[in-house]
Design a protein around this ligand. Structure first.
Ligand SMILES: Nc1ncnc2c1ncn2[C@@H]1O[C@H](COP(=O)(O)OP(=O)(O)OP(=O)(O)O)[C@@H](O)[C@H]1O
Length: 947
């Protein structure tokens, strides 16, 4: 038996074709869910493809070409296109919109180096991991200028141009949201957008170049090698390109979010600290190296716990001096990436610095602080061994302390004291206001040192961004196009952003519009993630607020915080304990060591160790005042604003609390606010494989990214909906000038209807709402045809419109007369039917009302019939005949009375009738008995007389 599916006998099946994981021949296997997946389209008949549902219809067997049988859940088998190799620019032009056809379309295109695909007006960009020839060159830039989306093949330039044109036409700022997981190509695509806008719509000043030039600098300080991406941005950024009234580029502005600070002090095995540290070590001139007391990366604690190799090509590796390379680098060789080269990048960064206006002093300032942070990391502590319980600097740290103090403009002794003690002001008692120095334990001193390093570096990064912003100032900005690179944001942020963006951003207004326009389209179910956002952000009870609360306790602890989270959200669907994780590594965590949050993109286990510490951005007062009063003007300026923001608690010497979580929440809200006030376009970057190589398409990985990014939900929405639309009046106005007077009298809606009919569009492809016409996916072409018709074509169209109107008028007249006849027939039929109904109902009501009396009458009348028998018996009597006759007569009268009573009393009940009837029956039985007795007695007397 074949399973009944809507559509043709073709289905796409998403299944494993990875050679290592291929399922043995002829083994019935359960459909593999999460493994390397490709999308195959199989034809039922031609390819021996056999689809059989199981007994209960939830699964089906698929005998496929590769010789194995798959048992697949019905929900995972989708109708597909006829042609396996067909690919389209806009996925919405496919006949079947589902995850399998989307994946297949992206796959076929990727194999042909078409890395971009639209899903409606969202751009999917698959990272090619190599330079696709001619894809981004000057010719391509020129080609896309001023072209509508969909005219040329999908491209990041087309999205940039659309944003520009929208800005121009709607006089409204625009944003382009670039998202995707680490290594998916967000930064690269952001760069392409910026380059396109500044090249195409630049004002000819070098501002355009400066905006692009700023990137190497930002990347040096904010990017790092991670296991997922060699050049991973560890901060989120929103780059605005500002345009004047004439829509020419006038300047730019970069806002940055959440630099990953923990990386400054520690990195995992295969990862590195920020590029700048290595670039400085590899690229600094000998003189600079001496000045900054630099060495190979392995000699710095902030670098040597991660990967210490440089990025270098064969040539550049030779140029790096041996004494600058770590033993690891010497042993294994350089890290290879075509786009990264620490020594070369250092030089390029220096050039970029110059171009954006940083002079040599400023450049040196930046490098000095970077080196200062490195040396600070090398300061180590050991216990004093005295009863005070404090710690002192390790012997070998004196030199490094000296370097650090020198580079950051601090006094060596002050730095030593500030790192090992904490200053407190007494706030009560007689000695109120006295300064006390509290010694720190080794652990506390380590924390203080790391906190200082993070504070210095993150302020340095703020300064870099500020400095970059200064080099493209602008005065007369009318609008901007902002490109948001959602990097560095965790799952939490993505959940938050996801609620604001597709499919959510598309879904809600879309459904509302359909309803408002009376389209009668079925609702598409979409899982909202507001509950997840609330779990993290809600006031008082959200995870962030619970963490802040913990930080305010006299003795905050990670365990106490974790327990508080679990007890606050005991039965929350989104939150659970680590032991319920699917991964063994998480199951080893105790309940007070972490929690799992089910984000929209999947469950994430948060290990809460050091959460409390990480949530606090505050520095010990002694350290902060130390850097604030640095002799080095540059370092002093970095901390310039911090004095004014300190609260009184911190001034008293207690380590205050500045919530990182709240700062982040505020930043995010500001960003969302900004995004909501602009029009938006979306680019979804996709990572094709984990190996970061070209020409390798890992289906499962890609599918899950498409699902997580909401692309599949967008497809569902589009499949069930009408993604393109045009208001009636817009179409009407467009053609009004060509219309004869007779037609201008038509209302816009009727005119559009005539137009669509004249064009011969299929009725299923569009729907008329109250104010606009809606199109099915993939019907852009026909729509465009109407929009772009030239005058000749228009005149022809109008003729058709006219004909259609006449025809439709004639049809309407026919329809009206037929309707009137039909109506008349219907009315008379209904009148007759009404009478019938009335008659029947009345009868029924009457019966219901009189039935007890009628039944009673029948019974009593039957009783009366017996009276003749009585009379016969009476007549046969000799003695006492008159008496008996009287009694019989009385009985007959009683029966008649009852009959008359039943007849006359409408309200008499069945019970009353029955009681009286039973009385008469009894009476008649008694009478009959006594008459029979009498007759017997008479018979006996007669016998006796005879004898
Ligand atoms: N369009 C492209 N053409 C060629 N190579 C690309 C393209 N996009 C990305 N890449 C390659 O992929 C690498 C990772 O891309 P990118 O740094 O843009 O990822 P990302 O999404 O910004 O990652 P993260 O979030 O970690 O910063 C790049 O260094 C580059 O080698």
């Amino acid at each position: 038996m074949r399973q009944q599916f809507p559509g043709p006998a073709l289905f796409s099946l998403v299944f494993d074709l990875n050679p290592e994981k291929r399922i043995p021949k002829r083994r019935v296997s359960t459909f593999p869910r999460r493994c390397s997946v490709v999308c195959l389209i199989l034809s039922g008949v031609q390819h021996g493809f056999n689809l059989r549902p199981d007994g209960i219809g939830r699964r089906c067997c698929l005998n496929v070409l590769v010789g194995c049988t798959f048992l697949a859940p019905m929900s995972q088998v989708f109708p597909a296109e006829d042609d396996v190799n067909k690919h389209v620019d806009d996925n919405c032009s496919l006949m079947y919109l589902n995850e399998a056809t989307l994946l297949n379309n992206v796959r076929v295109r990727y194999n042909k180096d078409h890395i971009y695909t639209y899903v409606a007006n969202i751009l999917i960009a698959v990272n090619p991991y190599y330079d696709v020839p001619g894809l981004y060159g000057p010719d391509a830039i020129k080609q896309y200028q001023g072209k509508s989306l969909g005219t040329l093949s999908p491209h990041v330039y087309a999205i940039a141009d659309k944003a520009y044109r929208d800005m121009k036409v709607l006089k409204m700022s625009q944003s382009i949201i670039v998202s995707g997981e680490s290594g998916a190509g967000k930064t690269e695509n952001t760069k392409f957008v910026l380059r396109y806008l500044t090249t195409t719509y630049g004002s000819g000043q070098d501002i355009d170049e400066r905006i692009v030039e700023a990137n190497p600098l930002l990347e040096a300080f904010g990017n790092a090698k991670t296991v997922r991406n060699n050049n991973s941005s560890r901060f989120g950024k929103f780059v605005e390109i500002h345009f004047n009234e004439k829509n020419a580029v006038v300047g730019g502005f970069v806002s940055h979010y959440l630099l990953e600070k923990s990386r400054i002090c520690v990195q995992s095995n295969d990862e590195r600290n920020y590029h700048i540290f290595y670039r400085l070590c590899a690229g600094a001139s000998e003189e600079l190296k001496q000045k900054l007391h630099l060495d190979s990366p392995d000699s710095f604690r902030y670098l040597n716990r991660g990967c210490t190799r440089f990025f270098a090509s064969l040539d550049s590796d030779k140029q790096i001096m041996q004494n600058r390379k770590s033993p690891e680098h010497l042993k294994v060789g350089a890290l290879k990436d075509p786009l990264l080269d620490d020594k070369g990048d250092f030089n390029r960064m220096c050039v970029a610095m110059k171009r954006i206006g940083l002079d040599d002093t400023e450049k040196l300032d930046l490098f000095r602080v970077v080196a200062g942070v490195l040396h600070l990391g090398n300061v180590g502590f050991e216990e004093t061994g005295s009863s005070s319980g404090g710690c002192i600097l390790k012997n070998q740290s004196s030199q490094t302390l000296q370097y650090c103090a020198e580079l950051l403009g601090l006094d060596q002794d002050d730095l030593r004291v500030s790192l090992t003690t904490r200053v407190m002001l007494t706030t009560a008692g007689g000695a109120k206001g006295t300064v006390i120095k509290v010694p720190l334990k080794v652990e506390q001193a380590n924390n203080a040192r790391d906190a200082l390093a993070k504070a210095v570096y993150s302020r340095l990064f703020d300064h870099v961004v500020k400095r970059v912003n200064q080099c493209f100032p602008f005065k007369d900005s009318s609008n901007f196009i902002g490109v948001l690179d959602i990097a560095g944001f965790g799952n939490k942020t993505r959940s938050r952003l996801a609620r604001s963006f597709p499919p959510n951003q598309i879904y809600t207004p879309e459904q509302e519009l359909y309803q408002k326009e009376g389209l009668g389209v079925n609702e598409v179910h979409y899982v909202d993630n507001q509950d997840c956002i609330d779990l993290v952000e809600a006031k008082m009870v959200g995870v962030l607020d619970i963490l802040d609360e913990e930080n305010r306790l006299p003795q905050p602890s990670d365990q106490h915080f974790t327990v508080a989270v679990h007890s606050q959200h005991k039965d929350h669907f989104r939150l659970t304990v680590p032991r319920k994780s699917k991964l063994a590594v998480h199951r080893n965590l105790r309940d007070d060591e972490g929690f799992i949050i089910r984000h929209f993109a999947g469950a994430v286990c948060y290990e809460t160790t050091r959460f409390v510490e990480k949530n606090n951005d505050a520095l010990h007062m002694s350290l902060e005042s130390l850097v604030c009063e640095s002799k080095d003007k540059f370092v002093q300026e970095l901390f310039e604003n911090s004095n004014s923001t300190k609260d009184s608690k911190q001034k008293s010497g207690k380590l205050g609390f500045i919530s990182v979580g709240n700062k982040f929440k505020m930043q995010l809200n500001l960003l969302l606010e900004k995004l909501r006030s602009t029009g938006s376009s979306f680019i979804r970057c996709v990572k094709p494989n984990l190996k970061m190589v070209s020409h390798q398409f890992e289906g499962a990985l890609i599918l899950s990214q498409l699902q997580c990014s909401g692309m599949v939900s967008v497809l569902d929405l589009m499949q069930g909906g009408f993604p393109s639309r045009a208001p009636f009046h817009a179409l009407y106005n467009m053609y009004k000038q060509y219309m004869p007077d007779k037609l201008t009298r038509l209302n816009p809606r009727l005119f559009c209807k005539a137009l669509f009919k004249a064009l011969g569009l299929n009725d299923n492809d569009f729907k008329f709402g109250l104010t606009r016409v809606f199109f099915r996916p993939g019907k852009f072409a026909e729509f465009d045809q109407i929009m772009k018709s030239d005058p000749d074509h228009l005149a022809e169209l109008l003729k058709k419109v006219n004909t259609w109107l006449v025809c439709s008028c004639w049809k309407k007249v026919q329809w009206c007369s037929l309707s009137v006849i039909k109506l008349r027939n219907k009315m008379s039929y209904r009148a007759l039917a009404c009478i019938k109904i009335q008659k029947t109902v009345r009868m029924w009501l009457c019966r219901r009302k009189h039935k007890p009396r009628i039944d009673g009458m029948v019974k009593v009348k039957n009783l009366k019939k017996h009276m003749e028998q009585f009379n016969e018996v009476v007549n046969g009597l000799k003695e006492g005949k008159p008496e008996m006759a009287r009694q019989v007569q009385e009985l007959a009268t009683a029966i008649d009375t009852l009959l008359a009573k039943i007849k006359a009393t409408l309200t008499i009940t069945w019970k009353e009738i029955d009681t009286e009837y039973q009385g008469l029956v009894k009476r008649s039985e008694q009478l009959l008995t006594s008459m029979q007795k009498k007759k017997q007695e008479e018979g006996r007397a007669r016998e006796a007389e005879k004898n």
